[in-house]
Design a protein around this ligand. Structure first.
Ligand SMILES: [Zn+2]
Length: 98
């Protein structure tokens, strides 16, 4: 059984979580009218081999969304952080790039 380190609850079994999708995908700006950008965002996903950042929801625990690093080959679990903290870090790097 995979055990996931929740930043709030500590190490918990995977069965308490639900998978929430690829955490590397960024939604286009709402003013973006390019249909291809929205097709990419909604439908197109990679099938990564190795380490990957994913959203997981701790449904049977603190109910927080977390961003988890997971190796898709070995199912090894890496760093985990609250999704809200990851979003803040993402917005800071996006602002710095502008
Ligand atoms: Zn938790």
């Amino acid at each position: 059984m995979i055990r996931i380190e929740c930043p709030v609850c500590g190490q918990r079994p995977e069965t308490e979580f639900t998978y929430g999708g690829d955490a590397t995908v960024r939604r286009p700006e709402m003013t973006n009218e390019d249909p291809q950008a929205w097709i990419e965002y909604v439908f197109m996903r990679g099938n990564p081999r190795g380490w990957h950042r994913e959203y997981w929801h701790h449904v049977q625990g603190c109910r927080q969304w977390i961003v988890l690093e997971r190796n898709t080959l070995s199912h090894e679990i890496g760093q985990a952080e609250l999704a809200r903290d990851a979003a803040r870090a993402w917005s800071r790097t996006s602002e710095a790039a502008e």
